[in-house]
Design a protein around this ligand. Structure first.
Ligand code: BYC
Ligand code: FE
Ligand code: FE
Ligand code: FE
Length: 477
């Protein structure tokens, strides 16, 4: 199954693939340097209760144990090869899946793999300072689990680059360690990955909304006719589920705690921000603003609504649709159309576009549907506590920097407004400096076993079914 005898654990027979093993071993020291410089700040000598992937069997692929992060076994794990797999969409629909890179699609494939790879270390960089303010050892451990797995996702893409793309693949692999989130000279490739993740509420929003873009993109790439990419992404998705769990339950716990505190204090109006904040919990309107920010930043990650890049990647058989094989159509989109939101004469309208060029919009719609599910749970917590307040997703025209709405301003309800109104009112909809300062004032580390910061509820169950007083991180200094 997985070979742990080599320096780089793998299930791709690296010990007999000398050239690739050598390339990966050559890249390894640079990765460790990057992890040292840009990985979690502090805690590198702490024992963290982490899961490590030990097989690709969906029922038992992970083992939990105390590990020092730099000793985590980052490995190359691909889902098992499906026999006789065919390309499930595009011009080559029904032909055998490629085991090697088709020459004519080399550049497109490389670009998508590099973009995917670039996001993984970026998120680690964005989150590196959060260990210092973790609300509990449980949360600290979850942060580090996400971080080491994003590191592994980088390895997953680097393996593809080094095995299948020769010298330019190796150069791209080096560049992935050179770019830095938020750097003025060599930033990460996509917008949201250059934004700050200033506090733990942002971290939960990021893992809920931005890791979920990861889920959608990985699903699309898991459909790829390039079989090694498909297999890699299929295994990455099993890890991704935990990242979104961290986000969904993290926000649930914040909402829960806020509602409890309001009830105890007899506060009936959840929009009485000052009163709620005085309790040392995060008021619901501020949670809504953070949600607006992270959702809109994540929408930008889907690219333009109408995109020939997306059409070409689909035609080529490289990037499919969410759940492509379960869709009942020709899988070539020959005459199909798809409704796209567009700005026409200053009005947001739904217009039918060729479905081929509307693939980004379609994936974004699938994403929005997926986002709604967790929101229903958060709103249930609020209504069960007896409050009328509802968290909602803002309109897709709100606060956009990519696509159809990048040049206009709109309210969260989708009403177009002019620049002056936007500047006057944006702090009603997006976190202001004061909001950030207030949240920052709550971000005090809690490192006693089984204790949680006042602004967040304990989780319902422990990781790996551990009891409430489990020491998830043994902090050494
Ligand atoms: N920022 O035709 P267009 C994850 C560029 S998250 C900056 O509209 P296309 C994770 C675009 O590159 C998942 N630039 O878009 C989550 C193009 O430039 P060129 C990451 C942007 O190409 C949490 C131009 O604008 N994976 O895994 O159809 C933690 C026109 O592009 C942006 C992927 O994204 C932007 N937001 O689609 C850790 C999958 N958007 O070529 C990890 C791979 C567009 O003209 N990537 N541009 O110079 C793709 O599938 C596509 O490249 C995109 C864009 C969906 C990103
Ligand atoms: Fe990832
Ligand atoms: Fe992730
Ligand atoms: Fe903005």
């Amino acid at each position: 199954n997985v070979d742990y005898s080599t320096k780089i654990p793998n299930n791709v027979n690296l010990s007999e693939d000398r050239q690739v093993l050598k390339a990966l071993e050559g890249w390894h020291p640079g990765y460790m340097d990057w992890w040292g410089d840009m990985g979690p700040e502090g805690f590198q000598q702490s024992l963290v209760y982490l899961r490590t992937a030990y097989s690709v069997d969906p029922r038992g692929w992970a083992k939990f144990d105390y590990v020092k992060m730099p000793e985590y076994r980052w490995g190359i794990l691909l889902a098992p090869q499906e026999e006789n797999r065919v390309i499930p969409f595009g011009e080559n629909y029904g032909k055998p899946a490629w085991q090697e890179v088709p020459g004519e699609h080399r550049a497109t494939l490389r670009r998508l793999i590099v973009i995917q790879g670039d996001t993984e270390p970026a998120s680690v960089e964005q989150q590196r300072h959060l260990g210092k303010t973790a609300p509990s050892l449980y949360d600290l451990r979850n942060l580090f689990q996400v971080n080491v797995e994003e590191g592994r996702h980088l390895w997953a893409m680097v393996y593809l680059l080094q095995k299948y793309f020769g010298r330019d693949g190796r150069e791209e692999a080096d560049d992935l360690l050179r770019r830095r989130s938020g750097d003025a000279d060599s930033p990460r490739m996509l917008g949201a990955f250059n934004e700050a993740t200033p506090d733990w509420l942002s971290f939960f929003m990021f893992t809920y909304f931005t890791d979920r873009d990861g889920k959608m993109q990985l699903h699309s790439l898991a459909q790829s006719g390039f079989d090694p990419l498909s297999r890699t992404c299929r295994f990455m998705l099993t890890e991704e589920a935990h990242h979104m769990f961290v986000g969904e339950t993290g926000i649930s716990r914040v909402v829960q705690r806020t509602c409890e505190a309001m009830k105890e204090a007899g506060i009936s109006d959840p929009t009485d921000v000052a009163k709620v904040r005085a309790l040392g919990v995060i008021d619901l309107p501020t949670i809504q603003k953070k949600l607006n920010l992270h959702y809109s930043l994540s929408l930008d990650l889907f690219g333009s609504e109408v995109s020939t890049n997306a059409a070409n990647a689909f035609n080529a058989g490289i990037k499919g649709r969410y759940k492509e094989t379960q869709i009942d159509d020709d899988h070539q989109l020959k005459n199909a159309t798809y409704p796209v939101l567009k700005l026409i004469d200053g009005v947001i309208k739904r217009v039918d576009e060729p479905a081929l060029t509307a693939l980004n919009m379609r994936l974004r719609d699938d994403y929005t549907q997926d986002c709604v599910k967790g929101m229903l749970r958060w709103n249930k917590i609020i209504s069960l506590a007896g409050y009328q307040y509802k968290l909602t997703l803002p309109n897709v025209a709100f606060h956009r920097h990519i696509g159809e709405f990048k040049d206009i301003h709109a309210t969260p309800d989708g009403v177009l407004i002019d620049d002056a109104t936007w500047n006057q009112r944006k702090s009603e909809w997006l976190p202001s400096t004061q909001d950030g300062d207030f949240i920052a004032s709550l971000m005090k580390p809690v490192t006693e076993v089984g204790v949680y910061a006042n602004w967040i509820s304990p989780p319902k169950v422990g990781i790996d079914n551990k009891p409430g007083d489990f020491e998830y991180v043994k902090i050494e200094t």
